[in-house]
Design a protein around this ligand. Structure first.
Ligand code: F6P
Length: 323
């Protein structure tokens, strides 16, 4: 394999640049040419493809976002879109791909590899940490620390005003961001899609705290929780506890930006190198991940279909620690 392409796709995450850098430098180290595909599958279809040299990735390891840009492509979900993407890759002589993204990215890569046989290896780049086949995804640690920093600040004002704050964190289908935010942020309650928490439980917990003279509260809600978003939950609870002063904060995309933490830079660098080495070893349709400190390659199909289970003890911890 003499020429590979690298791209980022789906929601960006801090550390994607560190991963791109590692892919480029590892490829150069092995005498392989690298091309950057702009805006994920969208740019692949349009042929937005640029040569990357070692210098192209200088001064990027510390930067948030992705220098290759990112997008979610509806066109790539169609046969015609994938055909166009293949034609572009052929035109540039690209023989292998490194895809940095989440489950949507790997779903696309898996189909594309089946249809056109271009070997592809994935690096898990998403703040959600919801991918089977790796203990942590690139950007997760940074996102949790960003959210926690915001929660600490909200706690100050919650305390000053004797208020209950309903704070929504990201995680479309998963509570991986919510759990460390709740434990580390000293929250009274955490609500995540993987475990049902009724509005009644929230009301009871807050009332119990209030009755024993607690004056401020933090409730962390993952955006994908089945009870609804933070605004819905706050409205329901406020109805049941009219004497409490409720406020809502949706942290949103602030969690996706910023300079990556040391842990994310290290993970991204390790996995970027592993992607290039994996391609050169003849691997395809797998994601490079770290499980129990060891590098593992997991088939795309498993990363997409298998669920990474949250340890239920973490939810129990929130209950124990909020008494
Ligand atoms: O997948 C990462 C993520 O940040 C999710 O937590 C969130 O639901 C989604 O992306 C938001 O996507 P968008 O930026 O397209 O609105």
């Amino acid at each position: 394999m003499k020429r590979i392409g690298v791209f980022t796709s789906g929601g960006d995450s801090p550390g994607m640049n560190a991963c791109i850098r590692a892919v480029v430098r590892a490829a150069v180290h092995q005498g392989v040419e690298v091309y950057g595909i702009m805006r994920g599958y969208k740019g692949m279809i349009k042929g937005e493809i640029v040569r990357l040299e070692s210098n192209s990735v200088s001064n990027t390891i510390q930067k948030g976002g992705t220098m290759l840009r990112s997008a979610r492509s509806k066109e790539f979900m169609t046969k015609e879109g994938r055909r166009e993407a293949y034609d572009q890759l052929k035109k540039f002589g690209i023989e292998g791909l490194v895809a940095i993204g989440g489950d949507g990215t790997f779903t696309g890569a898996n189909i594309f590899c089946e249809e056109y046989g271009i070997p592809t290896i994935g690096a898990p780049g998403t703040i959600d940490n919801d991918l089977y086949g790796t203990d942590y995804t690139i950007g997760y640690d940074t996102a949790v620390n960003t959210a926690l920093d915001a929660i600490d600040k909200i706690r100050d004002t919650a305390d000053s005003h004797d208020r209950v704050f309903f704070i929504e964190v990201m995680g479309r289908d998963s509570g991986y961001i919510a759990i460390p935010c709740a434990i580390g942020g000293g929250a009274e309650i955490v609500m995540i899609p993987e475990a049902e928490t009724s509005i009644q439980t929230v009301v009871d917990t807050l009332r119990t705290g209030w009755d024993r003279s607690k004056t401020s509260f933090i409730v962390i809600i993952a955006e994908g929780d089945e009870a609804g978003n933070a605004t819905d939950v706050a409205a329901e609870v406020q109805k049941a506890l009219p004497y409490m002063d409720a406020r809502v904060t949706i942290l949103g995309h602030v969690q996706r930006g910023g300079s990556p933490t040391a842990a994310d830079r290290l993970l991204a660098s390790r996995l970027g190198i592993a992607c290039v080495e994996g391609l050169l070893q003849g691997r395809k349709s797998v994601m490079a991940g770290i499980v129990n400190s060891k590098l593992v390659y997991t088939p795309f199909i498993d990363t997409i279909t298998k669920q990474k289970i949250i340890n239920p003890h973490y939810i129990e911890m929130v209950n124990i620690l909020s008494v």
